[in-house]
Ligand binder design. Structure first.
Ligand SMILES: Nc1ncnc2c1ncn2[C@@H]1O[C@H](COP(=O)(O)OP(=O)(O)O)[C@@H](O)[C@H]1O
Ligand SMILES: [Mg+2]
Length: 280
């Protein structure tokens, strides 16, 4: 536990925990003519839910995919528990302790819950696991999440949206991650199922994981997040402590009614020039 005492200048958020479990600085990513991310910074601490919010096209999914090792960043640094890491593939991200539940969940509808949980975890399977053991582990995982799944031997196609999300989250925990990223986990869900998934997010936090929750639902965000990071047009545009912010303040940052330090400065300068010119 090399707890550094360096003040990173990340704002008045010191109360919660020590150094971030996940820290990004200066991350940029371009797709051809589109600058999807410009100089983005983000910190997530253990036992903290950080909501990443922003309008459509703000760069949320791109940032998730950079952290998940799907896209290489053009520049920037990523640190996990204070150590610089290179995330050049999804396997590398998993190995480092970063789990991702993508927006499409990537479940196989025709396979049952057990098969979906262990699909792609052949290493685990080869070591010791047979069907009985996998079924036992499946129940254990789901119990840890206090998940309500009727049977682990039914095809996931027959589960509700919330239950499918649960299975995808359970699968992400198999690698014993330090950070879990969820991209729009409640986007397709009704009220009751949304509540179920938000409970799950709280369970992850209570288990000491750092959670990055991508959402554009402000009610969800205010219900579970400790902190909200706003992206706008691929840039940081505000970082809010949930107990000390409002829906309006966050929405203003999302829409650009309030701008980040750089654009604020630019607009102040422009205003000063205009004022000077207006003077006789
Ligand atoms: N694979 C890609 N190729 C080209 N452009 C992309 C790709 N992925 C995202 N973009 C562009 O990058 C920007 C950010 O998109 P995205 O990260 O999906 O935003 P969000 O998830 O916040 O809605 C958008 O302008 C989008 O069109
Ligand atoms: Mg997206």
């Amino acid at each position: 536990m090399a707890a550094t005492t360096t003040d990173q200048g990340t704002g008045p958020t010191g109360a919660r925990s020590t150094e971030p479990v996940l820290s990004l600085t200066g991350v940029s990513k371009r797709f051809g003519a589109v600058q999807a991310l410009s100089d983005v910074s983000l910190q997530v601490r253990a036992g903290e839910v950080v909501a990443l919010v922003g309008d459509n096209g703000a760069g949320k999914s791109t940032l998730v995919k950079v952290i998940a090792g799907v896209y290489p960043a053009d520049s920037g640094q990523v640190e996990v528990e204070g150590r610089p890491v290179s995330i050049d593939s999804p396997a590398a991200a998993q190995h480092i302790g970063i789990a991702t539940v993508f927006q499409d969940l990537s479940l196989c509808d025709n396979l049952d819950v057990v098969a979906n949980l262990f699909l792609g975890n052949e290493a685990l399977r080869r070591r010791t696991m047979d069907e009985v053991e996998m079924e036992r582990r499946s129940w254990e995982l789901l119990r840890q999440l206090s998940a309500k799944i009727p049977s682990v031997r039914i095809p996931v196609a027959s589960l509700s949206g919330g239950q499918r999300q649960t299975v995808a989250i359970a699968r992400s925990l198999l690698g014993k991650p330090k950070v879990v990223m969820l991209d729009e986990p409640t986007a397709a869900l009704g009220v009751a199922q949304t509540a179920e998934v938000l409970n799950l997010v709280e369970t992850l936090r209570d288990r000491g994981l750092g959670v990055l929750l991508i959402s554009h639902n402000m009610a969800d965000v205010l219900a579970v997040a400790d902190r909200v990071a706003v992206l706008r047009l691929g840039r940081n545009n505000g970082d809010f402590e949930v107990p000390h912010t409002t829906n309006e303040e966050i929405v203003a940052a999302i829409t650009g009614a309030t701008n980040n330090a750089v654009s604020e400065r630019a607009s102040r300068t422009a205003q000063r020039r205009a004022d000077q010119e207006a003077q006789p």
